[in-house]
Design a protein around this ligand. Structure first.
Ligand code: SF4
Length: 178
């Protein structure tokens, strides 16, 4: 199994999961946020490369000692990492069991991806954007029904204490055009 990713960022602390983390940015996103800072990487496949779960493990193993000492681990971001749920599940089967696994997700993907990863994810950082459907659509180009469904799914599975909800804040707000 292979998947596309565009970056690995090491030695992150307290910004995307418990302890010291390595961010693995996976390719592709179903949304088109007006304020996206990763557009270039998400749309140009030439900037991504293919990797297997074992190869990724080999790359991130260098920080094993930090993960063990701080209860840290891997944060999958992107893009939308949940689109790569099968790949993440395979990675989780071979990683050291002490590593914390976090996903940064918009939740705007089919529920089956969350079902696949339910046994493996320790933390969900949810980029909820806005609960108002009209505002959400004006910024992302999509409606947020699936977001609400998936958030309820995680809550129904008693994962409330593993979810951090984040909101984008900007001092230079982009005007809403309808
Ligand atoms: S969800 Fe994130 S990565 Fe995807 S388009 Fe929006 S800001 Fe960019």
């Amino acid at each position: 199994m292979q998947t596309e990713f565009f970056a690995v960022c090491r030695h992150r602390l307290s910004i995307d999961g418990e302890g010291v983390t390595t961010l693995v940015a996976l390719f592709g996103c179903p949304l088109h946020c007006k304020y996206c800072i990763n557009k270039k990487f998400l749309e140009d496949k030439r900037l991504s490369r293919l990797i297997t779960p074992q190869k990724l493990l080999d790359e991130v193993m260098i920080n094993n000692i930090y993960f063990l000492a701080t209860h840290g681990g891997i944060t999958f971001g992107g893009g939308e990492p949940m689109l790569h749920s099968d790949f993440i599940a395979e990675f989780c089967k071979i990683k050291p069991k002490e590593w914390n696994i976090c996903v940064e997700t918009s939740l705007n993907v089919p529920k089956n991806h969350f079902t696949t990863l339910l046994p493996y994810i320790n933390e969900y950082i949810v980029d909820i954007k806005d609960m108002n459907s009209d505002i959400y659509k004006s910024y992302t180009g999509k409606n947020n029904r699936q977001v609400k469904d998936n958030l309820q799914y995680l809550i129904d599975n008693n994962l409330t204490d593993r979810i951090t909800v984040r909101l984008p804040i900007s001092l230079n707000l982009i005007p809403i055009t309808t």
